[in-house]
Design a protein around this ligand. Structure first.
Ligand code: ZN
Length: 139
């Protein structure tokens, strides 16, 4: 399933120290009336909550890491789930020992310093619907 769409607006900025990534992004998207788009973030976190989807059990295994890490790459998309803005965000983090970890981003994931680019898109807004086969809400 593909859809050709145009860019509506691009927002660039930085988080404040202590911001929760998902909460802050939701605030920005509501204010800017963006319901579909792309997110890219780099910087560092004070703590992160990451998830791994257990495909057999159809549930997330969550891990909370309460230590400073680099945000090597955080990418996500924006669409609607049950009429509300939904941010699907993944992150790769660099640890003090230069090893990496990552996963699906949950709250709390708190920023130490972070720069974001949000690309808001035009067109028919994508809606997530529950998919029985995977147990996930998909486009
Ligand atoms: Zn995910």
């Amino acid at each position: 399933m593909i859809q050709k769409i145009k860019i509506n607006k691009v927002i660039i900025g930085r988080f404040k120290k202590g911001d929760d990534v998902i909460t802050k992004l939701e605030d920005i998207l509501k204010k800017e009336k963006i319901q579909m788009g792309f997110i890219s973030i780099i910087g560092a976190v004070e703590e992160a909550t990451i998830g791994y989807y257990n495909q057999k059990k159809k549930e997330y295994i969550k891990k909370h890491i309460k230590s400073p890490m680099e945000i090597l790459s955080m990418k996500g998309n924006i669409s609607l789930k049950e009429g509300n803005i939904f941010i699907h965000l993944h992150g790769i983090f660099g640890k003090r020992n230069f090893k990496t970890t990552g996963g699906h981003i949950f709250s709390p994931t708190r920023i130490f310093a972070g720069e974001f680019i949000i690309m808001g898109l035009k067109g028919k807004v994508l809606e997530r619907k529950y998919d029985l086969e995977t147990g996930l809400y998909l486009w």
